[in-house]
Every structure is written in structure tokens, then in C-alpha cells.
Design a protein around this ligand. Structure first.
Ligand SMILES: [Zn+2]
Length: 429
């Protein structure tokens, strides 16, 4: 992912998400959810307890725009978020995600003739998607991301052969986005970037300005789907790194206001994402929708009004409060029976440990991933251990209860514990 330095703190903002909605300009309602201070990065564990305790924290206070449906963390400070090659968010290790990337590439190459064309990817991550897209379409790719790290032995400029024998080239730049890069692009791809930007309008305007009078340029942007989080009760999906949460209406509004026409906007990846295809409006470098156009936009994305979304927002705030209270009660009961460990040091485990009042009484976190073991949880500085290390704990810290962060793994964890010959009560949170 990429944050465009300079536009994060766009003129007219103070470096935090402004009090006015960056998608439509309306005033935000009072925050509906206040998580207090949480770690800035959920998936970064620390080599020492001291560093973990000193990990940057940021406040999360979510507010809702009743005009377009955007949800924003109005307490977000972009300066706390500095991306580097250590930031790892690649999902390309997952077969399910690879299948999704493959179907998206098929969709893009069916919609657009990309042979020999120039594709620019803003926020190319480690470059996996752009490499596949260029290889499949015989296109020329330019990807950039400050967290791009060259793969040892693989040059950052790669020349290959596409499916039809044509030469393809993919080049990666480890730097922030600059409008210069979008110039002359036939397709601009930008996935999972907008939700990190407190000034997405200024960012999209700069993309529109760079396209200038190339009216055949097409855009494909993708973000997490707010409705999926709200309707699925994704209470652990709210993380500091995301300062914006988009419903389809807000995404459409933002693009049209920045001088684009929305060609298609639909849920993707089982509803978890929203994908938007857009084209520049003629002469629209500075175009903006007037108020009345919002209804057209809403009609085009298939939602007449936001009352259903407003209901989901308020139900989510209540669901969040209930879930935290229930988890706290569960922890109280477990602590009454003896030492407690949590199993799972991913984002849910990290948020669980940071949000519960008595989390400091938890002994440690257990995780199967060797990359996480013997590291420390940001904020609370809990040590992460391998399951096998449980046996070597002193009797007074040997857990009587293990709280499982992902219920899907409870059976597997019970078998693992039994295999170690430990008598521990296992409960899912
Ligand atoms: Zn709005």
C-alpha cells in the first residue's frame, strides 16, 4: 500500500481527518464508537518487551457521514503511520486470495484491451499482483510503493514474456506516489490504499489532473467493504491503519467529485471488498458533482437512501460494546480459575489484549507462526510463545485456561494441547 506524502496533510486539513467528510464535504456526526488508544500496527510484533511497550499508539474514534455513508476515524494522525519494507500485508500466500487475484485479472483483461498498454499500480506492495497482471495481458507495468522490497536475485525492472509471446516489462519504484507516474497510463490500479488516506479527495484529484486529456484511461480501485464489516459484526476489523471505511455510496461520491465517471461499482471477494471501475470525465480535471447529483450517484449504486446503513452503524456500535463486555466477563471468569493465555497473536489477539481492562493479567500469547514466536505484542508487551514452550512455564504461570481468538481453530488447538500432555481448559472468545 502507498500513502502519498504531501497529500496526507492536504491544504485545509491539520494532518488529521477533518471534521468534514472527505468524500462529500458534509459534517460528520458525533463519534459513534470510541476505542481509545490502540497499537498503530496490529501485525507488527516487537523483538523486546521494552520496544513493544513503546510501540506507537493511536486513538480510534469512528464517526459517520449521514450524507454519503463514509465512516472515518476522526482521531487519526497520519504521521504515526510510516510504511517501510517491514510492513507486511501481502495476502498472496493464501491460495484463496491467489484465486481471487486470478479472477480479477481475468475480469480486467476482459473489460480492457491491455496488450502492450501501460498499467500503473499505486501501492503495488511487494509487486505480486502487477507481475501477474502484466504477464497475463502482455502489458507494461509500473508499480510503486514505499514498502516495496526487491526480491533477492530479482531485479526491480523485469522483462518477461507474456502469454502471446510478446515482451512484457514490469518496473518497481520504492517511493511515494507522484502524479508524474500516472501520466500516459492506460489503466491505473490502486487496491487497498484509499482506506489509509485521510485526504482521499486530494489524492484522486491529483490522479485526475495527471491523466489530463487522456479520456481513454481507466481506473480500477478496491477498498474493504464497510457494509460487510458492519453486517458481519466484524468488531475486530476496526484497526488504526484504516482511517476510512467506505460504503458504495461514499466511494461513488468521491470519484465523481474528483472528476471521474463511475462505470461499475460492485462487491468483490465474497462481499468483503468493493471494486470500482472509473473513467475520467471530459474536461473534468477540476470537476465536482453538485449537490443534486448525489441522488443520481446513490441511484446508480443501487441504494436509494442511507437509513439501512445508518441502522447498521448504530447496531455495530452496540455490538462492539456488547462484545467487549462479554469478552471482559469471560476473562474475569478465566482469571478466577488461574493463569490465562490467549492463542493467536494476529490482529484480533493484539486488539483483544489491548482493549480489555484486565489484559495485563494474561500470562502470554501462543502462536503457531514461528515468525511471531519470542516476540512481543505492541502496547501490552505480552510475550508470544510456541505451544511447546507452554510445558516449560513455571507452575504459577502455566495457564489453567487458554482463550482462543479464532473459534475455527478450537478443535485443532485442543488436539495440540492434548498432544503436549497439558491439562488446560480451552475456550473460544
Ligand atoms: Zn460524506
Amino acid at each position: 500500500m502507498t500513502v502519498q506524502r504531501g497529500l496526507d496533510t492536504a491544504p485545509g486539513t491539520t494532518g488529521v481527518v477533518p471534521a468534514f467528510c472527505p468524500a462529500c464535504g458534509a459534517a460528520f456526526s458525533a463519534p459513534f464508537l470510541d476505542l481509545g488508544a490502540v497499537p498503530v500496527f496490529c501485525n507488527a510484533l516487537f523483538p523486546t518487551a521494552q520496544e513493544a511497550r513503546e510501540a506507537p499508539l493511536g486513538e480510534v474514534r469512528l464517526a459517520f457521514c449521514q450524507e454519503c455513508g463514509l465512516v472515518a476515524n476522526v482521531a487519526f494522525f497520519p504521521d504515526l503511520v510510516a510504511y517501510s519494507p517491514a510492513y507486511e500485508n501481502s495476502l498472496h500466500f493464501s491460495p484463496l486470495f491467489r484465486r481471487y487475484a486470478d479472477s480479477l485479472i481475468t475480469d480486467l483483461s476482459t473489460r480492457y484491451d491491455l496488450t502492450g498498454k501501460k498499467i500503473v499500480e499505486i501501492g503495488a506492495g511487494k509487486g505480486d499482483f502487477l507481475r501477474l497482471l502484466c504477464a497475463r495481458t502482455s502489458a507494461q507495468g509500473l508499480g510503486f510503493d514505499p514498502s516495496y522490497a526487491p526480491v533477492p536475485g530479482v531485479p526491480s525492472a523485469e522483462v518477461g514474456e507474456g502469454r502471446d509471446g510478446r515482451q512484457t516489462s514490469v518496473r518497481f519504484l520504492r517511493e511515494f506516489y507522484s502524479p508524474l507516474h500516472a501520466k500516459g497510463a492506460d489503466l491505473i490500479v490502486c487496491r487497498h490504499v484509499l482506506e489509509h488516506l485521510p485526504a482521499p479527495f486530494a489524492f484522486l484529484q491529483s490522479v485526475r489532473a495527471a491523466i489530463a486529456d487522456r479520456h481513454d484511461t481507466r481506473l480500477y480501485f478496491e477498498v474493504p467493504n464497510l457494509r460487510f464489516t458492519l453486517a458481519g459484526g466484524g468488531i475486530w476489523d476496526v484497526i488504526y491503519e484504516h482511517c476510512l471505511y467506505f460504503a458504495a455510496e461514499a466511494l461513488a461520491c468521491l470519484f465523481e467529485k474528483a472528476g471521474f465517471r463511475v462505470l461499475d461499482l460492485a462487491p468483490a471477494f465474497g462481499g468483503q471488498y468493493l471494486g470500482v471501475h472509473a473513467a475520467p470525465l471530459p474536461g473534468g480535471e477540476q470537476a465536482g458533482v453538485v449537490d443534486g447529483d448525489r441522488q443520481d450517484t446513490a441511484a446508480r449504486v443501487g441504494v436509494a437512501d442511507l437509513s439501512e446503513l445508518t441502522g447498521l452503524v448504530h447496531a455495530f456500535a452496540e455490538a462492539h460494546r456488547v462484545a467487549i463486555t462479554e469478552s471482559a466477563t469471560q476473562l474475569d471468569v478465566a482469571l478466577a480459575a488461574g493463569p490465562v493465555a490467549v492463542w493467536g497473536a494476529g490482529s484480533k489477539g493484539v486488539m483483544f489484549l489491548n482493549l480489555l481492562p484486565r489484559c495485563r493479567e494474561v500470562t502470554c500469547a501462543v502462536d503457531l507462526n514461528p515468525g511471531k514466536q519470542e516476540k512481543f505484542v505492541p502496547g501490552t508487551a505480552h510475550r508470544v510463545i510456541a505451544p511447546e514452550t507452554l510445558s516449560s512455564l513455571s507452575p504459577e504461570s502455566l495457564p489453567a485456561t487458554i482463550l482462543v481468538m479464532n473459534p475455527l481453530y478450537e478443535e485443532e488447538i485442543c488436539a495440540h494441547i492434548a498432544g503436549l500432555g497439558l491439562r488446560v481448559s480451552v475456550r473460544s472468545v
